[in-house]
Design a binder for this molecule. Sequence first.
Ligand code: DOR
Ligand code: ZN
Length: 346
Amino acid sequence: MTDKLTIIRPDDWHLHLRDGDMLTGILPETTRDFGRAIIMPNLVPPVVTAKDAAAYRDRIAAATPTGSNFKPLMTLYLTDNSDPNDIAAAYNDGLISAVKLYPAGATTNSESGVTSIQQVMPILEKMAEIGCPMCVHGEVTDADVDIFDREAVFIDTILDPLRRALPELKIISEHITTKDGVDYVASADKNLAATITTHHLIINRNHLLVGGIKPHYYCLPIAKRELHRLALRAAATSGDPRYFLGTDSAPHTDPNKESACGCAGVFSATNTLSCLAHVFEQENALDKLEQFASLSGPAYYGLPTNTDTVTLTKESTPVDVPNRIETAAGPVTVFDPGFPLYWRVS
Ligand code: DOR
Ligand code: ZN
């Protein structure tokens, strides 16, 4: 039985760091284990221009623990009125690694998102031309589409038509949660990959709703039924380079989660690698963990892999994971996988 595993240092290809006291409080949870992360731009106000991204990058650098080599990979938040020249300059200067498309209203702080693909087509064409990847929150927002169907409907009505219209646009289907998402990525011949979160490999909608509502399992896209979780696990552990880790670790303070109208987001930065090792071991695929967490992401983004390693050791007794991280913005509950974790990261 493998009880020690050394892999190239992982990256997180989808991460929310927030700002101010929250940023300072939770950033060490990511920098401890990860080399780089794609930083989501859904601040209030959002990171829309190159100038916004440079300033946010500097705030992240200032909050990065001394001695850490963590590199934030910045993104811009696409709006109907984004300036294609500003985006192109930011990408060509190496300031940003991708642009994020949120359908307006799809999730936390997405009010300024895109109202229709037609509206931003000239910008997407420019991105395709210069090779700038698009990260997309793939859910429709129509009030009459059931929340559990929003990803599948997005694929059929928005993503597939967009890919046919603009096959050269390099797309990352963020945090896929369905078998439909897995199958759609598998069917693509080029320019499509997907991130998968830690929590969607572990919870289904029963975890969220059975025996009382569990606000700390509420996230968007919402966890789906078991068959979808199993499809995600098969994809993540397959070694197929089109599926890679994006934790979508998204901190909200406990009062904002444990509320009559709780925020969407699971905070998993602290224990993600231990959780993943557990999942990959359950699937007899520990040998595929490095591909998922450390190799496939940089390959798709056209970046080198990290040069150092992390070692995961399986302990005989459960490792200590804090229940919550205390920040100056308030307490943030850490994802509870629902089982003890034995894999320790060093
Ligand atoms: O659960 C989520 N939380 N999903 C998102 O898409 C946004 C994120 C957040 O920013 O809190
Ligand atoms: Zn997210």
